[in-house]
Design a protein around this ligand. Structure first.
Ligand code: NI
Length: 140
């Protein structure tokens, strides 16, 4: 499934769109790239320990800070930092304060991987149209 705007891609401002989101841990698809999606999300608190057996997952911090805990290590990302969680690695994103992220992941990637929690969002939910006013570089 592709976003409705895939045929006529507008200039997008991931940070502006992420800032306009009203729910935490509810990623939204803002663009499609080959077999991957570009998503943005507003994070606060913890998600759930999970892994994606066959898919790498890129986190790019647009604002704030994000800690990604893994079983063997933990990384702290500040604004402008990016990290790829390799496929199969169990991870646990933690945002002590609200942060904005951009994600790049395969279209087949499940939101919370092998875990299902109250935070788990379906792909249909992530593909909900976004107010176009926040997708054209409007500054909040
Ligand atoms: Ni993940």
């Amino acid at each position: 499934m592709r976003p409705r705007y895939a045929a006529a891609m507008p200039v997008i401002s991931p940070r502006t769109i992420a800032a306009a989101l009203t729910e935490h841990w509810s990623p939204r698809v803002i663009a499609a790239l080959d077999d991957s999606y570009i998503k943005v999300a507003k994070l606060y608190g913890e998600l759930a320990w999970h892994a994606h057996a066959g898919e790498d997952e890129l986190f790019f911090v647009l604002a704030g800070r994000l800690r990604i805990e893994m079983e063997a290590t933990s990384v702290e990302l500040g604004e402008g930092d990016a990290y790829v969680v390799p496929r199969g690695v169990r991870h646990h994103p933690v945002a002590e304060h609200e942060c904005l992220v951009m994600l790049v992941e395969k279209q087949s990637t499940l939101h919370t991987g092998d875990a299902v929690t109250e935070h788990t969002r379906s792909l249909t939910d992530q593909l909900r149209p976004i107010d176009p006013l926040c997708a054209v570089g409007r500054h909040l």
